[in-house]
Design a binder for this molecule. Structure first.
Ligand SMILES: O=P(O)(O)O[C@H]1O[C@H](CO)[C@@H](O)[C@H]1O
Ligand SMILES: [Mn+2]
Ligand SMILES: [Mn+2]
Length: 404
């Protein structure tokens, strides 16, 4: 009974990709720069000192970063890796979450997404008018590029007074809508997102994201765990879909189901925050006793720390992740493989608040997996191809397996 357990550390890039200059990201390195800041004593809030990741180090994370960027992350342990380790380049045109995840599952995004590139007045007037009319809104706020937390401080109170939703976007192919869960209503926000998703049909936008929040006023607003991503479906069958079609089990933990537009998912476990995601992953490993993919996304690395440019927060979150990793390793059965990876970078030392175009780590551990370097992988799809091979599925169209 083969199983693949895939843990995505959302945004943990390990060095700028060759095409990073086209994205304004030459020199970015999410892990490398966090380690550098920590080793220099500049990430001491809520934690202190060099980045302490003994378990991820044993998986080869530091070595993978060195292969990718040419330098070993400062201050990290130099343990001999027990896993197969390397890094992968992205074929997909974008540095966004769905592109990264779909490519990991064997389906790179080779077309260009639509983007709202203007920093202000970002959305076309006809589109805005259409959404306002269909949803019966008193208007809208925002209509710009923004960091999702800063815009709440700027417009949250006006939103509560006026009942106008906050529309914003980023360098990603997204239309994001922030509304207060109580004054506007959560279900009303979801309905507005469904209307927006349908209205965006001609624009080829990857995701509409509901960004509900709570709080009384400026400085007190907090986003809740009720975020919902309405993604387009992947353009071809992913390895998840292939396994589901073959009668296997595909278990989504956290955001995974939304990212794949619920296509190829046979079971979904909602989980918010690191501990819930770990608990749900371990429960799924206990309960799933057939050919399966169990896939979890640890979104907080990205949404709570990467986009917020919070180096110490990101470092603390990595250390927290590292502390629970042995639980999953201990729960592995002889035919299981464990894959640790990421979907893009989000270097918290980088200007702005967007993702960074980086290589991702590819770490694969299991009783039957040979440890050592698997070098540079030409596509994130090497993960999907390897998972297909491990599960005895027909070969995917993209990617080269790193399992022999
Ligand atoms: O700043 P927040 O709202 O976290 O938004 C970020 O999250 C979105 C989805 O990953 C990105 O497009 C970026 O805008
Ligand atoms: Mn992501
Ligand atoms: Mn993000």
């Amino acid at each position: 009974m083969q199983r693949a357990i895939i843990l995505i550390l959302d945004s943990l890039g390990i060095g700028a990709a060759a095409d990073a200059p086209q994205f304004g990201d030459a020199g970015s390195n999410t892990l490398g720069h966090i380690a550098m800041e920590a080793a220099a004593g500049r990430a001491d809030k809520g934690r202190s000192g060099p980045l302490h990741l003994p378990n991820l180090s044993k998986m080869g994370l530091g070595h993978a970063c060195q292969l990718s960027s040419g330098y070993f992350p400062a201050g990290m342990e130099q343990a001999a890796p027990l896993a197969a380790y390397g890094y992968a380049r992205e074929l997909s045109s974008g540095k966004d979450t769905p592109s990264g995840h779909w490519e990991i599952a064997g389906v790179p995004v080779l077309f260009d997404w639509g983007y709202f590139r203007d920093k202000d007045n970002s959305f076309p007037q006809a589109l805005l008018d259409d959404i306002v009319a269909q949803a019966g809104l008193p208007g809208y706020l925002g209509n710009c590029h923004a960091s999702g937390t800063e815009i709440l401080d700027r417009l949250g109170e006006e939103h509560m007074r006026s009942g106008k939703p906050i529309f914003y976007t980023s360098a990603d192919s997204v239309f994001q809508i922030a509304c207060h869960e109580e004054s506007f209503g959560l279900e009303r926000l979801y309905e507005l997102c469904r209307i927006t998703r349908a209205t965006l049909e001609p624009y080829n936008i990857g995701r509409v994201i509901a960004r509900p929040f709570l709080g009384e006023g400026r400085g007190q607003f907090v986003r809740t765990g009720n975020r919902k991503d309405l993604a387009l479906p992947p353009p071809a069958a992913t390895v998840l879909q292939k396994l589901a079609d073959a009668g296997g089990q595909v278990v989504s933990i956290g955001k995974i189901a939304d990212i794949y537009a619920h296509v190829g998912i046979t079971e979904q476990h909602k989980a918010t925050g690191f501990d819930q995601i770990w608990d749900a992953t371990l429960a799924a490993m206990r309960d799933t006793q057939q050919r399966a993919i169990i896939m979890a996304n640890f979104v907080d690395f990205d949404s709570s720390y990467g986009h917020r440019r919070d180096v110490a927060g990101y470092a603390a979150a990595l250390e927290q992740f590292d502390r629970r990793l042995p639980e999953v390793m201990a729960a592995l059965q002889p035919d299981d493989i464990l894959i640790l990876s990421a979907d893009h970078g989000c270097d918290p030392t980088w200007p702005g608040s967007d993702h960074t175009r980086e290589h991702i780590p590819v770490l694969c551990y299991g009783h039957g997996v040979k440890s050592g370097s698997i070098g540079e992988r030409g596509s994130f799809a090497d993960i999907g191809q390897s998972v297909a091979a491990h599960l005895g599925l027909p070969a995917m169209d993209y990617g080269r397996s790193f399992l022999n």
